[in-house]
Design a protein around this ligand. Structure first.
Ligand SMILES: *Cc1c(COP(=O)(O)O)cnc(C)c1O
Length: 837
């Protein structure tokens, strides 16, 4: 960290930081744009690449963020604000440019400034790569939350990892998923600011030693460790037109400058340098598993690296302002853990408070339990993190000691409450005994936190009835629900400018800040002229989506057809399979001439499969093969089109959501914790076909039963059915399903690829199919028939569409964050000195 060894002695005078505010006019922005293009990047008229215009504009905007960023930092510090730190291994941010312009309120000015230079803003914006530092819903939620925190002017900082490679790019070759590394920072990231002066040193390995200090107390030292540096990169998070810019701080791993002198002197220079590289591998790549854990050592390293660096950063700042007096720390700080991925923070905060700052166990534990809060995101057993004790011992020996001590004290508490109930102690232990003992990270998070929340009403209820039941009995007040939301800036105002204009004109502009205002749209559902305008906007958005589908899939989607869309990670519980069975059923109907009162349909499916998830990859292949068979059959012309859209990501969703008529939310009831894709679609006027799962339940409550297409078993119904589930009986008793299975089993969709769908077929016919696809088939097909009929009644459909948007206000992440703040964080909002914008 050589640049910071030498501190300059000359101090700048008081005018050094006096800079005039930057202009927010078309001319001012264009001027800066030209400047960066010509002088910073040194390009001229010969440059063909559209990338440099993007970068030049990004830096011009970043300057404007920068001046407000500083103001926000100072405002927080001046009032001594209480703060929350949102710890997450994933932030699925997408693109930043259009969002920065929207939130700064300079979209029109920038467009005009560039237009006057003969440049299209839209074209420039399309050249920004997505920041894909997340898998799916959990990572995107973190991104929406940051936007809402800044908009509500809450002092919240995101902490995450600066992965060199984000979510892989998905290609489809011969119907199969191909993964391509996403080296998203290769050409530099104009939105980040490296902060080497805040570098932290993170320990791994080694062993512990106990000493007596001067007062005769035991002090533990963690020694002989292999250290790695954590270098922070700050990304500005602008609030909506309020002068607030919060921070997302991402840690990147760097080797310490020390070489292993033993190896160095024995002539193994390359080996000792290679060790440096190993350190940097920690933040090389995002693990591409959504809703499952693969238990790799490097993943645990990532988790501890994030926890340790972030806590050190927070404590460093505390000490700078308050010295080593931690008595007021818990009143001023809160850590929100996004799932168990950063749960090791509980033990790491204990360690730093005790070993680095001299607190006693009881003081440190009191602080920890008042500052940590945990959000659970899933009930799926394969997603529950457990780490082998043996791995902890080798990688984080001091942390394991602390976890053992937390557990011993916790189990004593359990024994006091339920004397002699050994079975309960075994059930609740942070250590799962067995062939290989494991640390239960969810239990560590619960025991170390003052708040535990689920992410939708049903999910929170199932948590306390099932997975966390014992803990709920012990601490009922810890548990609460916070139904997810999405930011209406990105997911309505930014991605659907046509609708934004109509909304502004109809109900004013406050809805962007207060989405409950959308309720005022409801009466317009009865206004025929308004419906016509609504229709035209939707058709324009469908045209836009159809162009994208045509370009990337070579499938043409006529815009008069019903656009039926399911985009999300590919997972068995999300049941893309059920969707494709319906598509095959429609195909069967076409082939047998059963097309009276037909509604023409375009089915779009997209999503990535975890690279090691074989079944999910086969489902992708099946969708592609079914699509090829149907699209190539002349009899389907004008009736049915099917496409799999590759590389589903945030910027693609920004095109898909506005152009969708029907939103498919068809998970097995009780399996989808919340869903957030469902909310983006609803905001943009799509109607949902869905099960009573996750936030679908609340969507239906908000919009009303008659404006939602419900089907399928309830969560309780699913569990009740398991003992006597008989898919083969169901198939035999349902002519339509039998016909679908027969076509699938005949090899019609895999003529020169024998057997490739056998596993899928077996899973549907398996009495132990956890997702019970066959059980919901009939009810799904019937609901789809109602969808088709509703779509043929254009005025009815438009009414439903308008009402879906009108009642979507509840699903703004502003509402979610206001609830987190009211019940958990209790932060005061802080308004920085205004620069405007
Ligand atoms: C919203 C979103 C998700 C989450 O979708 P679900 O349907 O809730 O699973 C995943 N990926 C991307 C890119 C998203 O924008």
């Amino acid at each position: 960290m050589s640049p910071f060894k030498n501190i300059i002695s000359a101090r700048p005078n008081e005018h050094f930081f006096d800079l005039p505010p930057l202009p927010m006019t078309p001319e001012g922005i264009a001027r800066d744009f030209q400047h960066y293009y010509a002088y910073t990047f040194g390009r001229d008229r010969d440059c063909q690449s559209a990338y440099y215009p993007y970068k030049a504009l990004a830096i011009a905007l970043r300057d404007r963020l920068m001046e407000r960023w500083k103001g926000t930092r100072h405002a927080y510090e001046e009032v001594g604000a209480k703060r929350t730190y949102y710890l997450s291994l994933e932030f699925l941010m997408g693109r930043a440019l259009s969002n920065a312009m929207l939130n700064l309120g300079i979209s029109d000015a920038a467009a005009k400034g560039l237009y006057d230079l003969g440049i299209s803003l839209e074209e420039i914006a399309g050249n920004e790569p997505d920041a894909g530092l997340g898998n799916g819903g959990l990572g995107r939620l973190a991104a929406c939350f940051l936007d809402s925190c800044a908009t509500l002017q809450l002092p919240v900082r995101g902490y995450g990892l600066h992965y060199e490679y984000g979510m892989f790019r998905q290609l489809i070759e011969n119907g199969n998923q191909i993964e391509e590394p996403d080296h998203w920072v290769r050409d530099g990231n104009p939105w980040e600011l490296e902060r080497p002066e805040f570098t932290q040193r993170i320990q791994f390995g080694g062993h512990t030693e106990t000493h007596k200090d001067n007062d005769g107390r035991d002090v533990v030292r963690w020694v002989n460790t292999n250290d790695v540096l954590a270098v922070p990169y700050d990304i500005p998070i602008p609030g909506y037109r309020n002068g607030t810019i919060n921070t997302l701080r991402l840690w990147k791993a760097a080797a310490t400058d020390e070489f292993d002198l033993g190896e160095f002197n024995s002539g193994s220079y390359p080996e000792s340098v290679a060790q440096k590289n190993a350190a940097e591998h920690i933040t090389m790549v995002l693990y591409p598993n959504d809703a499952s854990e693969n238990g790799k050592e490097l993943r645990l390293r990532q988790q501890f690296f994030l926890a340790s660096a972030s806590i050190k950063d927070v404590l460093r700042d505390w000490i700078r302002l308050h010295g080593k007096d931690f008595s007021g720390f818990a009143e001023k700080n809160c850590f929100q853990l996004n799932d168990t991925h950063p749960a090791v923070s509980v033990a790491e905060l204990m360690r730093q408070l005790m070993d680095d700052h001299g607190l006693e166990w009881t003081q440190a534990w009191a602080i920890t339990r008042k500052t940590m809060a945990y959000t659970n995101h899933t009930l799926l057993p394969e997603a529950l993190e457990r780490w082998p004790v043996r791995l902890f011992e080798r990688l984080l020996p001091r942390i394991l000691q602390i976890i053992y001590e937390i557990n011993a004290r916790f189990l004593a508490e359990v024994a006091t409450r339920w004397p002699g109930d050994n079975d309960r102690q075994r059930r609740m232990s942070l250590i799962e005994e067995g062939y290989e003992s494991q640390v239960r990270m969810a239990y560590l998070a619960i025991v170390g936190s003052f708040s535990v929340n689920g992410v939708a009403g049903l999910h929170s209820q199932l948590l306390v009835e099932g997975l966390f039941r014992d803990f709920y009995e012990l601490w009922p007040d810890k548990f609460n629900n916070k139904t997810n939301g999405v930011t209406p800036r990105r997911w309505l105002a930014m991605c659907n400018p046509g609708l934004r204009e109509l909304l502004d004109e109809t109900i004013g502009t406050e809805w962007v800040r207060d989405l409950s205002q959308l309720e005022r749209l409801a009466p317009y559902a009865e206004d025929a002229d308004f419906r016509e305008r609504w229709h035209r906007i939707k058709q324009d958005n469908k045209r836009c989506l159809a162009n994208t589908v045509e370009q990337v899939c070579r499938v043409s989607f006529p815009v008069d057809a019903l656009f039926d869309v399911q985009v999300k990670r590919i997972h068995e519980y999300k049941r893309q399979l059920l969707n494709i069975l319906h598509v095959i059923h429609l195909y069967n109907r076409i082939k047998r001439g059963d097309t009276r009162d037909w509604t023409s349909r375009c089915v779009l499916i997209g999503g990535k499969a975890a690279p090691g998830y074989q079944m999910a990859k086969q489902i992708i292949k099946l969708i592609n093969n079914v699509a090829r068979a149907i699209n190539n059959d002349p009899e389907t012309e004008g009736l049915l089109r099917v496409a799999f859209i590759p590389d589903y990501c945030v910027s693609l969703m920004e095109v898909i959501a506005p152009g969708t008529d029907l939103s498919e939310q068809i998970s097995t009831a009780g399996k989808e914790a919340s869903g957030t894709g469902n909310m983006k679609f609803m905001m943009n006027g799509a109607i949902t076909i869905g099960t009573l799962d996750g936030a679908n339940i609340e969507i239906r409550e908000q919009v009303g039963d008659e404006h939602f297409f419900l089907f399928g078993l309830t969560a309780a119904g699913v569990e009740a059915r398991r003992s006597h589930y008989d898919p083969n009986g169901i198939i035999a008793g349902d002519a339509a399903l039998l016909e679908v299975m027969s076509l699938l089993e005949s090899g019609h969709f895999n003529q020169f690829e024998p057997g490739i769908f056998d596993q899928i077929i077996l899973s549907i016919r398996n009495a132990h199919d956890p997702w019970m696809t066959a059980a919901d088939f009939r009810s799904y097909i019937d609901a789809q028939e109602q969808v088709a009929a509703a779509y043929r009644d254009r005025e009815r459909w438009l009414r439903m569409s308008i009402l879906n948007t009108a009642h979507s206000g509840h699903f703004s992440s502003d509402r979610t964050i206001a609830e987190y703040n009211r019940d958990i964080w209790k932060l005061a909002s802080v308004t920085p000195e205004s620069l405007g914008g």
